[in-house]
Design a protein around this ligand. Sequence first.
Ligand SMILES: Nc1ncnc2c1ncn2[C@@H]1O[C@H](COP(=O)(O)OP(=O)(O)O)[C@@H](O)[C@H]1O
Ligand SMILES: [Mg+2]
Length: 426
Amino acid sequence: MASVLIVGGEGRAHALGWKLAQSPLVEQIYFAPGNGGTGAVGENLPIEVNDLSGLLKFAKKTKIDLTVVSPEQPLVDGIVDLFEAAGLPIFGPSAKAAMIEGSKVFSADFMLRHNIPHPASTPVSTLAEAKDYIKNRSPKDYVIKADGLAAGKGVIVPKAQAEAETALIKIMQKSILGEAGRQIVFQERLRGQEVSAFALSDGQKIIMLPFVQDHKQVFDGDRGPNTGGMGAYGPLPFMTSQLAERIKTEIMQPAIDGMRADGTPYRGLLYGGLFITEVGEPKAIEFNCRFGDPECQVLMMLVDEDLYPILMGCAQGNLTKDSIKLKTGSAAIVCLASKGYPGTAETGYEVKGLDKIKDPNVMIFHAGDKKENGKVITSAGRVLGVTAYGKDLKGALSKAYAQIGPKGIHFEHMHFRKDIGFRVLG
Ligand SMILES: Nc1ncnc2c1ncn2[C@@H]1O[C@H](COP(=O)(O)OP(=O)(O)O)[C@@H](O)[C@H]1O
Ligand SMILES: [Mg+2]
């Protein structure tokens, strides 16, 4: 029987651990560091995700059979290279392959070289060049992207010229994003439906997972500042099998093939951030080197087979399947956030009503909370995600919403969006 180490403490990490714990092949799950909910699935370790040598030491000592990396930073920092050098199986791309997310300049160039449909992209490394680029253009025709990892704060979709200029000065002159903003990429502004695509890969084959949409903005109607994600749902009712096939063969498989051809084979989960343009053309605006959070929670509710051998196959470069069994219904997640989020969050409140959840098609994936004297206490901005499975999207969403409130799950000053799914449900 296997033991698994999940590197992460977000809702995504909880969902991955929850799914893997159901495997008949898995005996023990460890989370580093986990959160207020993961203790129900496995054991939380006092090791942070960026403590790569601490993680390696633990995995060696405990003879971990498979390590699954949830967030991007340790991947970009080379955790996979470190574990592989020690002969330990680990799910995720190498540091070089993770560049596909770690550098937007790299990814724009990669898509160009491998004929992956994408918006026209122009990398720029000085403020003078950047000002020159925006001078004769309408701000509605481009977006600005900081090159490096910026925790969702690196992309500006400007409404006016002055906004673009201020952002460029902040990023390129005042360095508010540090190294991540040393270079930027201008990208042609696309319009249409935004879709997230997910492919599991062993470096060669891919297994496509359902398409998902999320809501990044904090307030209803997709207004207000961006967050890590306030909710997500899938599969998408407008996704035809023809479009799905195009995304697989024109974007996701060519990305895996391109990485292999470049000598940096991509193993793990490849996340394609896509637009389906107004004329129905799929284009990639970015790639991420891990699952989305909270999209992962939705996916884990939909997968209907043992995930352990599949993740192990990806890690070891010998995936034997090209598809995964899925449930026939839909899943959705509604994230509950602390007062102040996505700014400074007010925390330290008890999460109440967790014991009232009895429906087997509802899962609470914890994120920004911790367990103290048997109580679950809020500790960060995004506290938890109420996730539900139903026969359709409407059913899944109403089931999720039914769990939230004074008679269900609640905490002091919590806020959440009341309109998750409106883009497809109206
Ligand atoms: N070329 C584009 N055209 C229109 N909107 C875009 C474009 N690129 C990004 N965006 C918007 O900005 C958001 C963030 O951009 P993305 O490339 O996904 O970077 P990140 O997730 O690293 O912040 C996207 O989800 C999308 O809403
Ligand atoms: Mg994105």
